[in-house]
Write a protein that binds this ligand. Sequence first.
Ligand SMILES: Nc1ncnc2c1ncn2[C@@H]1O[C@H](COP(=O)(O)OP(=O)(O)O)[C@@H](O)[C@H]1O
Ligand SMILES: [Mg+2]
Length: 420
Amino acid sequence: MTAPEERGSVPFLLPGSPPMRDTVAGWDHWRVTRHHFVPAPRLSLAEWRRLSPRKRTLHDLHRAATHANLPLLQTPMTKAVTKLLHGRIMTNALKRKPTTRAGVMVTGGGYQGKTETTCEILATFEDMWLQLHQQLNPAAVPGSRDLHVPVAYVQTPVTAKPKSTCKAILNFYGAPMHPRMDLPDLIRQVAASLHDHGTRALVLDDITRLRMHRADDQDTLDLIRAFMSMHVTLVLVGVDIPGSGLLREGRRDPHTGQVIFSPSKHGQVHGLEATQTERRFDLVELDRFRYDTPAGMSAWIDHLTGVEDQLRLLNAPDGMLTDGRMPEYIFARTNGVVGLLERLIEDGCQEAIDSGAECLSEALLEGIAITVNGAPGRDADAGEVPDVPGPAKVRAEPGKHRRSRNTVFDDLGPSASTGS
Ligand SMILES: Nc1ncnc2c1ncn2[C@@H]1O[C@H](COP(=O)(O)OP(=O)(O)O)[C@@H](O)[C@H]1O
Ligand SMILES: [Mg+2]
């Protein structure tokens, strides 16, 4: 048996299973622990060689954990989203007037960081808000539950309908649900949950799973209108929102760039009184990196510098990811999509450690297939899984390989583990 103090020397293995953010408790656990991971110390090859075999194994495990838990890095794109989203939520939260709050839509392709960026911004807001209110809901009604939940994070169910979307929200709060509740009942219950918990921002992630060409289009739009009457900042996150049909009824305000939806023509929307005000959304895009302008290239190289700084390989020269052809090569492999870069780097580091190379090179990365097919929690039909460019040898092949590349090259990756 290992002595407790020895077991205690692996603080990088956080206790319990990874937090699911789709309930109040899960979200809160994630929010509080999200910066707790401590990366492995930087050791030179000589220092690593001086470790005892046991310490070496532990250190290697810690390095693997470090590469599997790469932090979010600020990019010019996340900066733009943060500025708008944080600003909007804060102003709305401080508003005392009973007017409708403008919402925010965050759009972008799959694996471009929409979910993680949005969650980080909302968690930062919540940290601040709770501090401001010293964990007390200032609007708590005497006699009601005074659990303060400033942020509600909800993932839109696959093949979502208005009722299942409401149920997902109620599920976040652990609110009681009766199987026979109809849509107006469910919406009233959602309104009550948001109000009783002092919720300021409601995130509906992957909103583009709501197919806007289906029969319940109008229901969905009315549902969104109803949510916006609830004095929360509604944050809708999705893949290619402009192309999804969600904005079909909206028009652009040429001055502010906001999308405006007219008030519903019905006096009542799902049993809630429809206010006669229009609904406004800021639409912000979280783009991928681009490699076609000097500014774009230098932002990409800055990002690679930031990633390289997180890696713990023992034979890695400075500029491993940024010198020579590497930025261009890595861009070609990932299209500048942060999530694909993360997959490539994580699996590349695993291979670099396993093979003893302890360094990332173009030759090593050529052997790594980026595997994102069948990633849990993603709906490929809703565009949440982007196209993945193959290694150069594949890209050079004539078109016939292009379609089948994902299945063909899954087998070639030395490390097929998805790690997520
Ligand atoms: N700014 C960033 N810096 C580094 N890695 C990031 C960044 N944003 C996202 N990632 C990583 O990319 C992966 C995909 O991000 P995610 O938010 O799930 O994308 P999306 O919701 O757009 O599909 C995640 O594993 C995340 O850790
Ligand atoms: Mg997402």
